[in-house]
Design a protein around this ligand. Sequence first.
Ligand code: SAH
Ligand code: SF4
Ligand code: F3S
Length: 458
Amino acid sequence: MKLHIKNFGCQMNKLDSSLVTSALIDRGFELTDKAVDADVLLMNTCSVRAHAEERVMSHLGHLKRVKKSHPDLIVGVIGCMAQRLGEELLDHPAVDLVAGPANIARIPEMLEEVLKSKNKSIAITEKIRRKNPQTETDTLDKFELAHDSDENHIHGQAFVRVMRGCNNFCTYCIVPYVRGPEISRPPKDIIEQVRRLGEGGIKQTTLLGQTIDAYTYTEGGKTYKLADLLKMVSEVESIEWIRFITSHPGKFDISILQAMADLDKVTPYLHIPAQSGSDRILKAMNRKYTASQYIDLIEKARQILPDISIASDFIVGFPGETEEDFQATVELVKKARFKNSFVFKYSPRPGTDSANNLADDVGEEVKRQRNLDLLAIQNAISEKDSSKLLGRSVKVLVEGLSKKPHVNMTENGNNPQLIGRTATDHIVVFNGPETLTGTFTAIRIEKTSALTMFGKLE
Ligand code: SAH
Ligand code: SF4
Ligand code: F3S
């Protein structure tokens, strides 16, 4: 049986895809990167914006036609959109299986059943916001421990989930409704998993959580916070770099900055989305901080970690966002001087507070323009930021062949173009042997642009 899996979502979803893939390989499936060769096609979906769901729906439309000539093809929709739409997706003529993020451990069994009986199968969580019974959490933890392996990831690096779900209920966001309540995983499971990955050759681990700075686990009378966890992961010898995403500015504690400064292995990088620079909009978003509190936090981070690089997300065109509100966001971007920012146009998500209570009243054209304007401002800042590295030698962890052919000014024999990342998450393109993938190497930077730098092996 050949399996092909397509990913539409964030790192959390990518990790789920790898776990499911590994569980299916253990049951005799073979992975193919060509969808046309597949007997089973899984789509791991995202609900965060309408566009992410539209892409899946159009894919399903296509698959409905494909199935006319390949009636044995099995199509599964898993992930956040599966949890959100449930039966509605199962009714789609192209779909055989639907499973939400809390049910990934059941997929192998469900799939075997579907293959045998040809009946459709669904596993979603009815009351997703109800506190998960311990048995469900244990099942997911076991699944995670059993199936996270070095083969699942970019060579040399691995994602490790430290938290599931989210309790923040930012008014625009679907995540709490599809990923359920916040649950921190036991430190001992996390450490065991990291240790195992390290033994398999992993050099960098990225700890994952929707609001990772809120990590908290109490055991034996001691409460472990993110700073404690970072210290424990640092003690795993084979691991050299540790990242953690994503932080919520409202929860962020100085102890985390202190741990970053004290622990050499923790990279000086923070992804800490601001979403807006207008206090009025931040309040309507239920973000629980003001623009000046956000800026104070960034300044504090730069005091403690002078080389830190900071990335953010923004939503433009939130309901009621005026030109003045948008200018406040522009001001925040100029003050914060992010390494990079992801900018999204507000997309009302069914069932969220903002979609229920606020009219999506900023026109598409205004959203588009604000998106472009904010990106242009960020771009100028990013260009300046990366130019600081010009002429310098940087250490990168090599990720592999560069997917896009870049116009690289530098030459290095007949070697292919590789891509690597610095500790500060800057992307570096250089020519080198592919065997460097998964290792650290030094690159002399010879050219920089907003998002990519070019250099030569030292
Ligand atoms: N947990 C992370 C974000 C997860 S979603 C955090 O709290 O920072 C990733 C990003 O998608 C968010 O940071 C936000 O900028 C964007 N986003 C979420 N919901 C959105 C919506 N309804 N419309 C547009 N962008 C959205
Ligand atoms: Fe969504 Fe807010 Fe939770 Fe992030 S913190 S996942 S934006 S609800
Ligand atoms: Fe991630 Fe999208 Fe789900 S951002 S958590 S895949 S809704």
